[in-house]
Design a protein around this ligand. Structure first.
Ligand code: ZN
Length: 468
């Protein structure tokens, strides 16, 4: 095989003196292309916290390696080794492969040494059983998967078998979706750091685990004699897991399944609808786990235990520079803004709207209007009466700003965006009515809502001028 020259040369080129960032470097054997280790380290930290919190039912007499059970770390090393050797043999990532088996089967207590994933070339989250099944199954896929064997047989087997092998490409266990389509694509199976046939089950399990552990951070997970800085680090790591789950769930909204089948008797079409109930489930998962201030497991007592340490090294610098008093509003506001981007970005809104062309007439189809209304109701419910909390004020301001951006989009750029822009204007008018109805007398609430009304008034004037 002849690789493109930029992958094999470290000579100065369009990428500057250092060459392409993924180019092999004869002086540095660090892997620049495959990032499998970083997130597995985050999962290891979560698993370690789960052990300390005694929420997994791990046998206390199990063999430990640096405090981690051998049954966890051994298969994980085997999986990573297989993955990297797969690259050496020419395999690309296949981020949909972890969807071939149900987690409830893997954790049924009857799983043997079969692969849990179609391929080791996926970035597969550690398979931690939290309310998924009767008994912990393998933490990492025990062996190479059916896709790996099939792809290697095609690349290295006799030419006489190629035709036969190609005819198997639509078998469910051989699912392959390109990493090139992962960032911009719309298939909810094509995601990293998830696991199982429906990754919403995975997300619910992980979010449940995180919530359980947060409530035990101060009491159980940090031992006597350990630094309170561990509470801050553990919490932030779990917040990262929470955002990871929100990101995975968001791919279902406006999603489509992509099939690689060629035309054949009984073959699947290239584009397949994602069921409406799964899109609603994903949207509600995001709302419940980000827009609700109780979704972050915070309490004044927990925040009082967010200690920090001062280590002048690469791992410690960000903590060293962090404000000693935890910046609770910025941290939670940042996560909520991220979640808002997941569901209200123009790309997702456009997909939901375009999908309506295919699903029109179907009973109970998921629509753009439903998405916009559901988000608005979750954020503004109760805002017409009573004092509004500091977290909810942040969230409402963020939501208003997103709608303002959508309302001011130049309608000539995209026909789909005209509908989205019109809906945003309607939502802003509804929010203005809600804001005007509140007379709680709370000074923060009054200032917040007055600002909202002012911004919406100015926006609607501007939108008329920009979009007329
Ligand atoms: Zn890789």
């Amino acid at each position: 095989m002849r690789w493109p020259s930029r992958w094999t040369s470290t000579a100065p080129d369009a990428f500057g003196e250092e060459g392409h960032p993924f180019a092999p470097n004869t002086h540095d054997h660090t892997n620049h292309a495959c990032r499998i280790g970083n997130m597995l380290a985050a999962d290891l930290s979560l698993f370690d916290a789960a052990l300390a919190g005694s929420v997994l039912g791990v046998d206390e007499n199990t063999d430990l390696l640096d405090g981690i059970p051998e049954e966890y770390i051994g298969p994980m090393i085997r999986y990573i080794s297989c993955h990297e050797v797969g690259h050496c043999l020419g395999l690309q990532h296949n981020m949909a492969a972890s969807t071939i088996r149900k987690l409830s089967d893997v954790h049924s207590g009857e799983w043997g040494d079969e692969a849990t994933s179609g391929s080791v070339m996926d970035y597969i989250a550690a398979n931690i059983n939290y309310e998924l099944g009767a008994e912990q199954g393998p933490y990492a896929t025990p062996t190479v998967g059916p896709y790996d064997r099939w792809a290697i047989a095609y690349g290295y087997g006799p030419e006489s078998e190629l035709e036969t092998l190609l005819k198997r490409s639509s078998e469910p266990d051989l699912i392959y979706l390109s990493q090139m389509e992962m960032n911009s694509g719309s298939d909810p199976r094509n995601m990293t750091w998830d696991n199982g046939a429906n990754n919403l089950n995975f997300c619910e399990s992980r979010l449940g685990l995180v919530n359980d552990l947060r409530s035990k951070l101060v009491s159980d997970i940090v031992d006597d004699g350990e630094s309170w800085a561990l509470v801050r680090r553990r919490y932030q790591n779990m917040l990262g897991t929470q955002v990871q789950c929100l990101s995975i769930a968001s791919r279902w909204i406006g999603g489509t399944f992509s099939n690689n089948d060629f035309k054949s008797e009984g073959g699947r079409s290239a584009i397949e609808d994602v069921p409406a109930d799964q899109q609603r489930r994903a949207l509600n998962l995001i709302i419940d786990n980000s827009f609700d201030e109780d979704a972050f497991g915070l309490s004044p007592d927990l925040v009082r235990h967010f200690g920090k340490e001062y280590w002048w090294d690469s791992a410690g610098t960000s903590e060293m520079m962090a404000d000693p008093s935890f910046t609770v509003h910025d941290m939670i506001g940042g996560v909520q803004a991220t979640a808002m981007t997941f569901v209200m970005n123009p790309g997702t809104l456009r997909r939901v709207y375009d999908n309506e062309y295919r699903t029109a007439g179907q009973k109970d189809a998921f629509t753009l209007a439903e998405l916009v209304n559901t988000v608005s109701e979750s954020i503004w419910k109760g805002a017409d009466k009573g004092a509004i909390s500091s977290f909810d004020r942040n969230l409402q301001r963020e939501h208003t700003d997103r709608l303002i951006t959508l309302a001011l989009m130049d309608r000539s750029t995209s026909p789909a965006m005209r509908t989205i822009s019109n809906l945003a204007v309607l939502e802003l008018e509804n929010i203005r009515d809600t804001a005007k109805a509140n007379s709680s007398g709370d000074q923060y609430t009054a200032a917040h809502l007055a600002s909202i009304v002012r911004r919406i008034d100015k926006t609607l004037d501007a939108a008329y001028v920009v979009n007329r």
